[in-house]
Design a protein around this ligand. Sequence first.
Ligand code: NIG
Ligand code: FE
Length: 424
Amino acid sequence: MTDRADLLITNIGELVTMAGTPIPRRGEDARSIPLSRDCALACGGGKVLGTGPLDDILLTVSVDQDTVELDVSGRLVTPGFVDSHTHPLYYGDRQDEFAMRAAGADYEEIAASGGGILNSVRRTREATSEQLRDTLERHLYTMLTHGTTTVEVKSGYGLDLETELRCLRVAAELSNEWPQTILRTFLGAHEVPREFMGRADDYIEYILEEVLPAVREEGLADFVDIFCEKGVFTPEQSLRYLKKAVEMGFGARIHADEFHDTGGAAVAVEVGAFSADHLLSISEDNIARIAGSSTVATLLPGTALFLGKPFPPGRRLLDAGAAVAIATDFNPGSCFCESMPFMVNLAVCQCGFTVEEAITAATVNAAASLGMGTRKGTLARGSDADMIIWDLDDYRGIAYHMAIPDIADVVVSGQPVSTVFEES
Ligand code: NIG
Ligand code: FE
């Protein structure tokens, strides 16, 4: 029996499939872009049924009068972006602090004086679920129009049982109604809340004893993350915390070596974390350590740009053989930007990536860092039919056009987003 196509995309000039070698990709493998030219792609039931010359596809899939044909007139088609690190579960933007920084204040100083993350925590605790949902929807929509079809969202602006659960529930509810695939990470260890001031160990104990079991019980998160940083959580606290979280069945992620080389990347390797993120200040030893491990090094160049910090050492990590992903780190304080195409540009222009390495990092490697295998980030038979139809005919144009996404449409689960939002 042949599969029935419900969407047939024809006249694709360049189809980036990203299919082939095992993921995550490193070295030479990360430098190649698997693609086909002058072809078609068939989708059915939200999956890719086949790619290749139209005549060949029509031998393997059936079409009928209800099959939608989309002639893309020679355009470029790529997998949708996978944004593997975002913080959109908050209430209240922080343009006041942004202006303070513009006038000379430092991000870490603002945080130490009770602003920063704790500022967002105060407002998030006071927010209603509807306000949280509106914020999340607004940013998910912007992500979607910039080509992000899979997104990891972190909690971490509640820092108490009630608010952390409320934020994660909002994300869980929305993921049932929203086109994108949304993965949830519990980041209760984002900062020490005011009521635990000076008692970071007690706060970690509280999360481990009271919050994480409730998160697990309700199935609210797949991953657990911690901000390992001078003045926040130490590498020892991070190790202890993540080990216990892994024992409880969560995947580990870590904000590591962002402002200071505290050794967070080594903690990631020791607990077998899916991802170690930021790494602006990673040491040479830990570059070698992460390169020899299965942990994906997730770089967030938008944060370095937004905070005026040195960019993460992309080239050194890539040359050492690390599996590297890029993500936006979208959040109200240190990177107010949802655009993956812009991150691709920054990775190339500021972090030493080739265009091919940056696209690998934003698709298949980011999917690997979320444990999604080839379901996301590739366009091959069996993968999810999530893709971007570009107003471009050459994939290099994605990185070339700075801050401007040349996107004609985005397809999620085999449905063009233009039609989804038309209907609703
Ligand atoms: O990943 N580094 C810690 N957390 C966020 C910043 C959050 C904020 O400033 O609100 C980050 O950059
Ligand atoms: Fe972050």
